[in-house]
Design a protein around this ligand. Sequence first.
Ligand SMILES: O=P(O)(O)O[C@H]1O[C@H](CO)[C@@H](O)[C@H]1O
Ligand SMILES: O=c1cc[nH]c(=O)[nH]1
Length: 235
Amino acid sequence: MSLHIAASAGEIAETVLLPGDPLRAEYIAKTFLKDAKCYTKVRNMFGYTGTYKGKKISVQGTGMGIPSISIYVHELIRDYGAKTLIRVGTCGAMRSDIHLREVIIAQGATTDSSIIQNIFGPSIQFAPLADFEVLRTAYEKAVQEHIPVRVGNVISVDRFYDEEINNEKLTQYGIMAVEMETAGLYVAAAKYGVSALGLFTVSDHLLTKEACTAEERQLSFNDMIRIALETAAAV
Ligand SMILES: O=P(O)(O)O[C@H]1O[C@H](CO)[C@@H](O)[C@H]1O
Ligand SMILES: O=c1cc[nH]c(=O)[nH]1
């Protein structure tokens, strides 16, 4: 047992899916994993382990924001030996050509979080990147499953409600979407030398103001989940 995860040694797989919402973790485990068993309910941040196509896979809720996901990712890697971490999140689209429910893969995760400066000091702007092999596998699985995906840069922000951020400039520089955890995931994976990838379903549109319902956010992002599970089974 670690401070925030009540699993025993060996109960968590080396490959872990990471939704922000713990109810999405429960949904993924109960809908897609065989013989899924809950290994933690600490703070209601559910974690399950089961199998997918014969491979042991865990799914662990991470909460919202870099501080929260950092806690779970550090404990999963350091205390339970996780080696491949795949975030399955929601995001807000920032461009008019990107639509609700599309799937985005984060090749890079720009951030306004202080995490980079806290680790590297003021002169280094570390670039949080996805693991290339996991990214390549996810892209190939999406093509095989006939699920269109976009691959590129997202921004992991500290504030969901942020009236000061310059989204127009970010979009000009190629940022596709906004979410709140992936830069923290990529930095932790780099620190420990493990593999990470962030996948998202577009749940909101910053320009059109369209939004999925809370129920859809929790339940209906099966394209992204299928890509993540096929990738998890293959890497
Ligand atoms: O749906 P999840 O995975 O939580 O991801 C997104 O949704 C939350 C904000 O509503 C943030 O955590 C953001 O990154
Ligand atoms: O962090 C997030 C997630 C979804 N939509 C947003 O606008 N921001």
